[in-house]
Design a binder for this molecule. Structure first.
Ligand SMILES: [Zn+2]
Length: 265
Protein backbone atom coordinates (compact mmCIF):
# COMPACT_ATOMS: atom_id res chain seq x y z
CA UNK A 1 0.00 0.00 0.00
CA UNK A 2 1.17 3.51 -0.72
CA UNK A 3 -0.23 6.78 0.54
CA UNK A 4 -0.39 9.81 -1.74
CA UNK A 5 1.52 12.67 -0.12
CA UNK A 6 -0.79 15.23 -1.71
CA UNK A 7 -4.33 13.93 -1.21
CA UNK A 8 -3.78 11.11 1.24
CA UNK A 9 -5.48 8.50 -0.97
CA UNK A 10 -4.22 5.01 -0.38
CA UNK A 11 -3.59 2.74 -3.32
CA UNK A 12 -2.16 -0.71 -3.86
CA UNK A 13 1.45 -0.52 -5.00
CA UNK A 14 0.60 -2.77 -7.96
CA UNK A 15 -2.27 -0.53 -9.10
CA UNK A 16 -0.18 2.57 -8.67
CA UNK A 17 2.50 1.00 -10.83
CA UNK A 18 -0.04 0.13 -13.49
CA UNK A 19 -0.97 3.81 -13.60
CA UNK A 20 2.73 4.72 -14.02
CA UNK A 21 2.86 5.84 -10.38
CA UNK A 22 0.33 8.62 -10.86
CA UNK A 23 -2.27 8.98 -8.08
CA UNK A 24 -5.72 8.12 -9.44
CA UNK A 25 -7.47 10.58 -7.12
CA UNK A 26 -5.40 13.74 -7.60
CA UNK A 27 -2.88 12.97 -10.40
CA UNK A 28 0.08 13.45 -8.10
CA UNK A 29 3.17 12.12 -9.87
CA UNK A 30 5.28 9.93 -7.61
CA UNK A 31 8.93 9.91 -8.59
CA UNK A 32 10.19 7.17 -10.87
CA UNK A 33 13.59 5.55 -10.59
CA UNK A 34 15.75 5.48 -13.72
CA UNK A 35 15.03 1.77 -14.38
CA UNK A 36 11.29 2.37 -13.93
CA UNK A 37 11.36 5.36 -16.29
CA UNK A 38 13.23 3.40 -18.93
CA UNK A 39 10.84 0.46 -18.59
CA UNK A 40 7.77 2.62 -19.25
CA UNK A 41 9.38 4.68 -22.02
CA UNK A 42 11.24 2.40 -24.45
CA UNK A 43 9.62 -0.35 -26.52
CA UNK A 44 9.25 -3.56 -24.48
CA UNK A 45 11.69 -2.12 -21.96
CA UNK A 46 14.60 -2.99 -24.27
CA UNK A 47 17.51 -0.69 -23.58
CA UNK A 48 21.21 -0.88 -24.43
CA UNK A 49 23.13 0.93 -21.77
CA UNK A 50 26.23 3.09 -22.40
CA UNK A 51 29.11 3.51 -19.97
CA UNK A 52 27.55 1.30 -17.32
CA UNK A 53 30.84 0.98 -15.45
CA UNK A 54 31.70 4.65 -15.10
CA UNK A 55 32.06 5.38 -11.39
CA UNK A 56 32.79 8.53 -9.40
CA UNK A 57 36.15 9.09 -7.76
CA UNK A 58 36.69 11.36 -4.80
CA UNK A 59 39.06 13.97 -6.24
CA UNK A 60 38.65 16.48 -3.40
CA UNK A 61 38.78 13.81 -0.69
CA UNK A 62 35.56 15.20 0.65
CA UNK A 63 34.64 13.75 4.04
CA UNK A 64 32.35 10.69 3.79
CA UNK A 65 31.86 11.07 0.02
CA UNK A 66 33.13 7.57 -0.78
CA UNK A 67 30.94 5.92 1.82
CA UNK A 68 27.90 7.91 0.68
CA UNK A 69 28.48 6.81 -2.90
CA UNK A 70 28.78 3.23 -1.78
CA UNK A 71 25.55 3.45 0.21
CA UNK A 72 23.66 4.94 -2.74
CA UNK A 73 24.99 2.23 -5.04
CA UNK A 74 23.70 -0.43 -2.68
CA UNK A 75 20.36 1.33 -2.21
CA UNK A 76 19.68 1.89 -5.92
CA UNK A 77 21.62 -0.84 -7.71
CA UNK A 78 23.03 1.95 -9.90
CA UNK A 79 26.62 3.15 -10.24
CA UNK A 80 25.71 6.81 -10.63
CA UNK A 81 22.78 9.24 -10.75
CA UNK A 82 22.19 8.95 -14.48
CA UNK A 83 21.62 5.99 -16.79
CA UNK A 84 22.28 6.54 -20.49
CA UNK A 85 21.85 4.34 -23.51
CA UNK A 86 19.71 3.74 -26.54
CA UNK A 87 16.44 2.10 -27.38
CA UNK A 88 13.44 2.57 -29.59
CA UNK A 89 10.28 4.47 -28.73
CA UNK A 90 7.35 3.58 -30.94
CA UNK A 91 9.89 2.05 -33.32
CA UNK A 92 11.99 5.21 -33.54
CA UNK A 93 15.58 4.83 -32.31
CA UNK A 94 16.69 7.38 -29.73
CA UNK A 95 19.54 8.04 -27.35
CA UNK A 96 18.07 8.30 -23.87
CA UNK A 97 19.40 9.52 -20.54
CA UNK A 98 17.51 9.25 -17.28
CA UNK A 99 18.51 10.76 -13.96
CA UNK A 100 17.68 9.02 -10.71
CA UNK A 101 16.99 11.30 -7.75
CA UNK A 102 17.60 8.48 -5.27
CA UNK A 103 21.33 8.61 -6.01
CA UNK A 104 22.91 11.64 -4.25
CA UNK A 105 19.65 13.52 -5.01
CA UNK A 106 20.40 13.23 -8.71
CA UNK A 107 23.21 15.72 -8.30
CA UNK A 108 25.54 16.32 -11.25
CA UNK A 109 29.08 15.26 -10.50
CA UNK A 110 31.82 14.54 -13.03
CA UNK A 111 30.43 11.14 -13.97
CA UNK A 112 26.89 12.41 -14.51
CA UNK A 113 28.25 15.21 -16.72
CA UNK A 114 30.55 12.85 -18.57
CA UNK A 115 27.82 10.27 -19.21
CA UNK A 116 25.46 12.95 -20.50
CA UNK A 117 28.16 14.49 -22.72
CA UNK A 118 28.98 11.05 -24.13
CA UNK A 119 25.31 10.32 -24.76
CA UNK A 120 25.05 13.63 -26.62
CA UNK A 121 28.05 12.62 -28.74
CA UNK A 122 26.46 9.25 -29.51
CA UNK A 123 23.30 11.03 -30.61
CA UNK A 124 25.37 13.30 -32.87
CA UNK A 125 27.30 10.41 -34.42
CA UNK A 126 24.31 8.14 -34.93
CA UNK A 127 21.97 11.01 -35.75
CA UNK A 128 19.44 9.64 -33.30
CA UNK A 129 17.21 12.09 -31.45
CA UNK A 130 18.29 12.64 -27.86
CA UNK A 131 15.82 12.49 -24.97
CA UNK A 132 17.01 13.39 -21.47
CA UNK A 133 14.85 12.98 -18.39
CA UNK A 134 16.15 15.16 -15.58
CA UNK A 135 15.54 14.86 -11.84
CA UNK A 136 18.16 16.66 -9.87
CA UNK A 137 18.98 18.62 -6.77
CA UNK A 138 21.71 20.46 -8.69
CA UNK A 139 25.47 20.41 -8.33
CA UNK A 140 27.30 17.66 -6.44
CA UNK A 141 28.77 19.59 -3.56
CA UNK A 142 31.37 16.91 -2.82
CA UNK A 143 32.96 17.58 -6.21
CA UNK A 144 33.08 21.37 -5.90
CA UNK A 145 34.13 23.22 -9.02
CA UNK A 146 34.49 19.96 -10.96
CA UNK A 147 30.75 19.58 -10.57
CA UNK A 148 30.09 23.12 -11.80
CA UNK A 149 32.23 22.44 -14.88
CA UNK A 150 29.73 19.81 -15.98
CA UNK A 151 27.27 22.58 -16.75
CA UNK A 152 29.63 24.00 -19.35
CA UNK A 153 30.61 20.58 -20.66
CA UNK A 154 27.08 19.30 -21.22
CA UNK A 155 25.98 22.64 -22.69
CA UNK A 156 28.91 22.69 -25.12
CA UNK A 157 28.20 19.11 -26.22
CA UNK A 158 24.56 20.09 -26.85
CA UNK A 159 25.62 23.11 -28.88
CA UNK A 160 27.51 20.75 -31.20
CA UNK A 161 24.44 18.50 -31.40
CA UNK A 162 22.37 21.54 -32.24
CA UNK A 163 24.74 22.47 -35.08
CA UNK A 164 24.40 18.92 -36.38
CA UNK A 165 20.66 19.57 -36.42
CA UNK A 166 19.83 16.54 -34.32
CA UNK A 167 16.68 16.80 -32.21
CA UNK A 168 16.98 17.12 -28.43
CA UNK A 169 13.91 16.73 -26.25
CA UNK A 170 14.35 17.60 -22.58
CA UNK A 171 11.87 16.12 -20.12
CA UNK A 172 11.99 17.85 -16.75
CA UNK A 173 10.62 15.83 -13.85
CA UNK A 174 10.24 16.61 -10.18
CA UNK A 175 12.57 18.12 -9.05
CA UNK A 176 14.87 19.69 -11.64
CA UNK A 177 16.86 22.34 -9.84
CA UNK A 178 20.26 24.01 -9.56
CA UNK A 179 22.97 23.36 -12.11
CA UNK A 180 20.94 20.85 -14.09
CA UNK A 181 18.08 23.31 -14.62
CA UNK A 182 20.71 25.92 -15.50
CA UNK A 183 22.37 23.74 -18.13
CA UNK A 184 21.29 20.82 -20.28
CA UNK A 185 17.72 20.39 -19.05
CA UNK A 186 16.74 23.88 -20.26
CA UNK A 187 18.42 23.51 -23.64
CA UNK A 188 15.99 21.19 -25.41
CA UNK A 189 14.64 21.99 -28.85
CA UNK A 190 11.48 20.97 -27.06
CA UNK A 191 11.24 21.28 -23.28
CA UNK A 192 8.55 19.18 -21.65
CA UNK A 193 7.75 18.84 -17.95
CA UNK A 194 5.60 16.54 -15.89
CA UNK A 195 2.69 18.21 -14.04
CA UNK A 196 3.56 19.75 -10.70
CA UNK A 197 7.30 19.32 -11.18
CA UNK A 198 9.45 21.72 -9.19
CA UNK A 199 11.81 23.41 -11.63
CA UNK A 200 14.16 26.24 -10.78
CA UNK A 201 17.69 27.34 -10.09
CA UNK A 202 17.88 28.63 -6.53
CA UNK A 203 15.38 27.75 -3.81
CA UNK A 204 12.37 29.92 -3.04
CA UNK A 205 13.75 31.21 0.28
CA UNK A 206 17.06 32.28 -1.24
CA UNK A 207 15.27 34.23 -3.97
CA UNK A 208 12.79 35.82 -1.57
CA UNK A 209 15.62 36.97 0.64
CA UNK A 210 17.54 38.34 -2.34
CA UNK A 211 14.73 40.22 -4.09
CA UNK A 212 12.90 41.02 -0.82
CA UNK A 213 9.56 40.13 -2.33
CA UNK A 214 7.02 37.44 -1.69
CA UNK A 215 6.87 34.99 -4.57
CA UNK A 216 3.61 33.58 -5.98
CA UNK A 217 2.55 30.20 -4.60
CA UNK A 218 2.97 28.36 -7.88
CA UNK A 219 6.40 29.89 -8.52
CA UNK A 220 8.87 27.31 -9.90
CA UNK A 221 6.20 24.79 -10.82
CA UNK A 222 5.99 23.33 -14.30
CA UNK A 223 2.64 25.10 -14.82
CA UNK A 224 4.06 28.49 -13.85
CA UNK A 225 7.02 28.06 -16.21
CA UNK A 226 4.71 27.01 -19.04
CA UNK A 227 2.61 30.14 -18.51
CA UNK A 228 5.76 32.28 -18.63
CA UNK A 229 7.24 30.73 -21.75
CA UNK A 230 10.03 28.66 -20.30
CA UNK A 231 8.47 25.33 -21.23
CA UNK A 232 6.79 24.10 -24.39
CA UNK A 233 4.47 21.58 -22.81
CA UNK A 234 3.35 20.08 -19.54
CA UNK A 235 2.43 16.48 -20.24
CA UNK A 236 0.92 14.00 -17.77
CA UNK A 237 3.07 10.91 -17.42
CA UNK A 238 0.28 8.70 -18.73
CA UNK A 239 0.48 10.59 -22.06
CA UNK A 240 4.22 11.14 -22.16
CA UNK A 241 5.28 8.12 -24.19
CA UNK A 242 2.64 8.85 -26.86
CA UNK A 243 3.72 12.49 -26.94
CA UNK A 244 7.35 11.50 -27.45
CA UNK A 245 6.35 9.09 -30.23
CA UNK A 246 4.42 11.88 -31.94
CA UNK A 247 7.42 14.22 -31.72
CA UNK A 248 9.80 11.54 -33.01
CA UNK A 249 7.43 10.74 -35.85
CA UNK A 250 7.05 14.38 -36.88
CA UNK A 251 10.79 14.80 -36.75
CA UNK A 252 11.51 11.63 -38.74
CA UNK A 253 9.14 12.67 -41.50
CA UNK A 254 9.75 16.39 -41.44
CA UNK A 255 13.46 16.95 -41.83
CA UNK A 256 16.09 14.85 -43.51
CA UNK A 257 19.66 14.58 -42.29
CA UNK A 258 21.12 17.75 -43.72
CA UNK A 259 18.24 19.81 -42.41
CA UNK A 260 17.03 20.73 -45.89
CA UNK A 261 13.53 20.16 -47.08
CA UNK A 262 12.85 16.65 -48.41
CA UNK A 263 13.56 16.62 -52.16
CA UNK A 264 9.92 15.75 -52.97
CA UNK A 265 8.96 19.25 -51.88
ZN1 LIG B 1 -3.32 11.84 -4.62
Amino acid sequence: MQKCPRCGAISYAKELEKNLKVCKSCSYHFSLSAPERIAVTVDEGRFFEYDADLKSLDPLEFPDYKSKLKKDMEKTGLKEAVVTGEGTIGGFPAVIGVMDSRFRMGSMGSVVGEKIARAVEQAATKRYPLILFSASGGARMQEGVLSLMQMAKTSAALERLHRERVLFVSVLTNPTTGGVSASFSSLGDINIAEPGALIGFAGRRVIEQTVRQKLPDDFQTAEFLLKHGQLDMVVPRTELRQTLIKILELHANGGNDDGKRPSAL
